[in-house]
Design a protein around this ligand. Structure first.
Ligand code: SF4
Length: 344
């Protein structure tokens, strides 16, 4: 699955800590005042020492980009996030950091900008609305604080993108948010259609104050909202990244991680094929077939290069795809059931 001779990308969760409590996030209990789910959230993080040990200068020479994006946490919540970014940039690795933008202060964001502008690294600010709506999904965040942080980051000359999940409660604000993003100096504005509603038309949650609230999907798909802003009708879908590497297409499954050569590392140090399969029953089955324990695949225990060139990554995943017995892979990389992102 992973080839150390090819250029590598990584998806890296620095921490499972977060300031926000988004109701549809895996860390949140929507029925219990959006409190963190303690069965999943351990309040852990990777340190600069952990990162330097795993991501040696030798392997960094083969890495084009690292995406700091939490499965459960917000990267700036990691104590040494800034130092870790500085390390990667010094190694020539481009960093993409995804955040709700609500943590840290002006000085921190300016310092991050100074680091990121050295090699075109970027921050994706996930802001789903304006002053009166963003907190309806990004529970516990403050819009004014996010704007202040974004301003200081962008004023450094570094690149930032505004990512906006469309709901019914914010769909009328897309044009205003696009205008604001241009004024602030964001380089891109991305609209996201989330698949987290599934077949449901509503998602009820209990807010921290005890009130019951309800999220609803946008009544207009992102592609129509995009058209309303006068953008040319170019299709930039969730599948646009896929390269034509036929050798990596197996039985209708186009494994995003194999094609991009992009392993996933969790805040406890575990190495996995991707964030969708990590911790799933499918992954456990894969390790059973490989006759070894997932605990062996942890950057706190063993060298990253060794882990990536062992089973189940050598042949077990491929044989699962050939036999069609890996439901997560079929859903995500066979049927492409993923969020859709459109650039404005
Ligand atoms: S879900 Fe399966 S096929 Fe898709 S990226 Fe993850 S491991 Fe690969």
């Amino acid at each position: 699955m992973f080839d150390l001779e090819r250029i590598l990308l990584f998806h890296l969760e620095l921490t499972d800590k977060c300031n926000a409590a988004c109701p549809m996030c895996g860390r949140t209990q929507p029925a219990d005042r959006c409190r963190p789910d303690r069965a999943k959230v351990k309040n852990i993080e990777l340190t600069l020492g952990d990162i330097c040990k795993a991501f040696t200068p030798k392997i960094c020479r083969r890495i084009l980009q690292i995406d700091l994006c939490g499965g459960l946490g917000d990267p700036p919540a990691a104590s040494q996030c800034l130092e870790i970014c500085e390390y990667f940039v010094a190694q020539g690795v481009i960093v993409t950091l995804s955040t709700n933008g609500g943590l840290r202060n002006a000085k921190w964001w300016r310092q991050l900008g100074e680091i990121f502008r050295r090699n075109d690294s970027l921050v994706e600010f996930h802001i789903d609305g304006l002053e009166d709506t963003n907190h309806l999904y990004r529970v516990n965040t403050r819009f004014s604080k996010i704007m202040e942080n974004a301003r200081h980051y962008l004023d450094s000359g570094a690149t930032g993108e505004w990512h906006f999940i469309v709901f019914r409660h914010n769909q009328h604000q897309v044009e205003e948010a696009v205008t604001l993003s241009r004024q602030l100096g964001f380089s891109n504005f991305k609209l996201i259609d989330t698949i987290r509603f599934g077949k449901e038309k509503r998602f009820e949650y209990q807010a921290p104050d005890g009130n019951i609230r309800c999220l609803e999907p946008s009544t207009m798909p992102a592609v129509d909202l995009r058209r309303n802003t006068g953008q040319p009708d170019v299709d930039v879908s969730a599948t646009s990244y896929i390269e034509n590497r036929d050798s990596l297409h197996v039985n209708g499954i186009k494994c995003k991680s194999a094609i991009q050569n992009r392993p996933y590392i969790v805040a406890d140090g575990s190495v996995s094929a991707c964030c969708w399969i990590q911790g799933s029953d499918d992954e456990k089955q894969m390790y059973l077939r490989a006759s070894h324990r997932p605990e062996n695949h942890n950057i706190l225990q063993r060298p990253l290069e060794e882990i990536l060139t062992e089973e189940p990554f050598i042949s077990i995943y491929r044989s699962a795809w050939e036999n069609g017995n890996n439901p997560v892979c079929i859903r995500k990389c066979g049927q492409m059931r993923r969020n859709v992102r459109l650039t404005l």
